[in-house]
Write a protein that binds this ligand. Structure first.
Ligand code: UT7
Length: 338
């Protein structure tokens, strides 16, 4: 049954926070048997940011959220909902979103966490769009925050060179139908869940001294298999979202993809027929920040002053689950004054 959409949603404000501490490939050469040459040619990563020892997920989310609120020009008590997409929450519960809701003073908002791996931000945008379009809520803060380096096995060279910490946030607000978020597609392929996980520390395998000694509380990843799934899945989900929005690859001003590997970004550009300069790249300086990579990259292109009202932005994510997601957004903010 067709339903008449009475309103849409848009990104009214955006922000990001990156910890100051930089870990270079040369630093990693001192920790594991790797080289700057291997890391750069296989991933495109040159350096990444690392949270301070006393910084938890919410500590990264809060400054990103505050910057997004300032950019949106609204106060925290106008928020109806706070969503934090993360795989590295402060603790199992309460939700990191509740901690952020309290600390930013969003006293009129509900709050919950969302676990969709590196696709989390796009799931958050989709959920927020649905809640706003239904007329139930007006302002929703979607934050992605990750402290992946705290669940990294620093003896495993196949993963420890990849990840970084950071947070990004967007304030979603109502707009007329056909503006802002034009479409989104959210997918899950749970049959591939074992390819990327933290095996222990949940109810399946509660932590024991033995599991801790084996670092089973850290990220385990079958990188090569994921690489193949991402290279195949990203163009398909992106094309589904573009078809749903009624737009073509040639209409897209910028593609903001999950930043896992420069080679995956290059392969997607080729398959989609999108010029390299339209692909936003931050993986070289921030590494893979999981759910945070898309809002961090979107914030970076916005703050560079390159995004103009009317520009079409394609967001594409992939990650643990295995999840895939894409969204097409018609940008309506004035260029950021640099
Ligand atoms: O963010 C969510 C989803 N994550 C992803 O999508 C990750 C997708 N996967 C990837 O980005 C890539 O598969 C990786 C960057 C993780 C790995 O690159 P690859 O080209 O697929 O390498 P590989 O795993 O096939 O390993 C190739 C070789 C192996 O040596 P042998 O067996 O050929 O002798 C590895 O042991 O590279 C070796 N290797 C390393 N050598 C130096 C693996 N890691 C390292 C390292 N330094 N850090």
């Amino acid at each position: 049954m067709m339903t008449m959409q009475l309103r849409g949603s848009k990104i009214q404000g955006i922000g990001a926070y990156l910890p100051e501490r930089v870990l270079s490939n040369a630093d990693l050469e001192k920790i594991v048997d790797t080289s700057d040459e291997w890391i750069v040619t296989h991933t495109g990563i040159k350096e990444r940011r690392i949270a301070e020892d006393d910084q938890a997920c919410s500590d990264l989310c809060i400054p990103a959220a505050q910057q997004a609120l300032a950019d949106a020009g609204i106060s925290s008590d106008q928020l109806d909902m706070v969503i934090v997409a993360t795989v590295t929450p402060d603790m199992a519960f309460p939700a990191t979103a509740c901690i952020v809701q309290d600390k930013i003073g969003a006293r009129n908002a509900g709050a919950f966490d969302l676990v969709s791996g590196c696709t989390g931000f796009i799931y958050g945008i989709g959920l927020a769009d649905g809640l706003i379009a239904s007329g139930v809520y007006d302002y929703i803060l979607v934050i992605s925050g990750e402290v992946l380096t705290r669940v990294t096995d620093w003896t495993d060279r196949s993963t420890c060179v990849l990840f970084g910490d950071g947070a990004g946030a967007a304030v979603m607000a109502p707009t007329e139908p056909g503006a802002g978020v034009l479409s989104y597609v959210l997918q899950s392929f749970g049959e591939h869940g074992d390819l990327l996980k933290i095996p222990a520390g949940g109810t399946r395998q509660p932590l024991t001294p033995e599991l801790l000694a084996q670092r089973e509380n850290c990220i385990r990843m079958e990188g090569h298999e994921l690489f193949k799934l991402a290279v195949r899945g990203v163009p398909d989900v992106a094309e589904s979202a573009m078809a749903k929005a009624g737009v073509q690859a040639s209409d897209i001003a910028y593609v903001v993809m999950h930043q896992a590997n420069k080679r995956i970004i290059d392969a997607a550009a080729k398959r989609l027929g999108i010029a390299d300069e339209r692909m936003v790249v931050t993986v070289d300086h921030y590494g893979n920040t999981s759910a945070s990579s898309i809002p961090i990259a979107l914030d970076e292109v916005y703050r560079s002053g390159k995004l103009n009202p009317g520009d079409l932005v394609l967001l594409v994510g992939f990650g643990a689950g295995f999840t895939l997601g894409a969204a097409v957004i018609r940008w309506d903010k004035e260029p950021f004054a640099t």
